[in-house]
Design a protein around this ligand. Structure first.
Ligand SMILES: C[S@@+](CC[C@H](N)C(=O)[O-])C[C@H]1O[C@@H](n2cnc3c(N)ncnc32)[C@H](O)[C@@H]1O
Length: 264
């Protein structure tokens, strides 16, 4: 679009927009249905296999962070889910996301928020939907009237800005007893028997070669598990903190599981 509008200096003056559009197109390609491969060997386990058992816990009012094109939407058809708010800042993905909600029969439940998950954007978007009072400009104002029963974090905490603060704010918006549903790639746990020093080295190398710049601000080396754990420190920790490590030989090593906030 930057080129189509004939802005000859667009690529130099609007690099943010250009990267946003490029990422949108890249992600639509990545998530397009693939032709069935011939079944000579049994399919290997992939990160996608980690997601269904985690999202099976979604219920009530749900915040879906960075839903992309809605790849996970078929997993969100449970009648236990009352409403879903998908915070997706890449506007180029909204048409696919909307089409996906229609296809899955979730148009009435799925609300697309054109914003990042950072509080300064998310709170006004939620207020506009009538989910929180107008004029709420800090998550602290939601104490005692938290909003979400479930927050879905699938392959997105690698990209959010200021992750420690953002995760703490997300935690604050979770109701007592609410669930954080996590499937995220993280820094390789190379110091443990589950990790690999070579994979950790490759993560560093990819970062140096510009991974974050090319892949929508994605960072390969975030210690998301520590940040999630820390988010509940003020409440004396989570009721349940259950994260499994997977793919420890790969630069895309994962954590996945369900975290439950203490009941009041
Ligand atoms: C790797 S894709 C994952 C999409 C989807 N969760 C999935 O697993 O198929 C990352 C998504 O997070 C979105 N994203 C990036 N930064 C974000 C932010 N600050 N707040 C919310 N979403 C963000 C991107 O636009 C993109 O749709």
């Amino acid at each position: 679009m930057v080129f189509k509008r004939g802005q000859i200096l667009g690529p130099l003056l609007q690099t943010g927009k250009l990267r946003d559009e490029a990422f949108g197109r890249f992600w639509i390609e990545c998530t397009a249905p693939q032709p069935e491969a011939e079944a000579a060997t049994p399919p290997q386990k992939t990160s996608a296999d980690l997601i269904p058992p985690v999202l099976a816990h979604a219920s009530g009012t749900v915040l879906d962070i960075g839903p992309g094109t809605g790849t996970q939407m078929p997993l969100l058809r449970s009648p236990a889910i009352k409403a879903i708010f998908g915070a997706e800042p890449c506007l180029g993905l909204h048409a696919d996301l909307r089409a996906c909600a229609e296809k899955e029969g979730l148009s009435d439940k799925y609300n697309i928020l054109p914003c990042s998950v950072v509080a300064s954007e998310l709170l006004p978007a939620l207020a506009k939907e009538g989910v929180i009072p107008a004029g709420t400009d800090s998550v602290d104002q939601l104490a005692g009237k938290e909003v979400f029963d479930s927050i879905i974090c699938v392959r997105v905490l690698c990209s959010v800005p200021n992750p420690e603060k953002t995760i703490r704010e997300l935690y604050s918006m979770l109701k007592p007893g609410g669930k954080m549903l996590v499937t995220e790639h993280v820094v390789n746990p190379w110091r443990t028997t589950k990790g690999s020093i070579l994979a950790r080295f490759m993560q560093g190398l990819y970062q140096l070669l510009g991974w974050s710049w090319f892949v929508g601000d994605c960072c390969l080396t975030r210690d998301t598990e520590s940040m999630l754990k820390k988010a509940a420190d003020a409440d004396g920790g989570w009721e349940i903190f259950n994260l499994e490590s997977s793919f420890g030989r790969s630069p895309l090593s994962y954590i996945s599981g369900v975290l439950i906030k203490k009941s009041a």
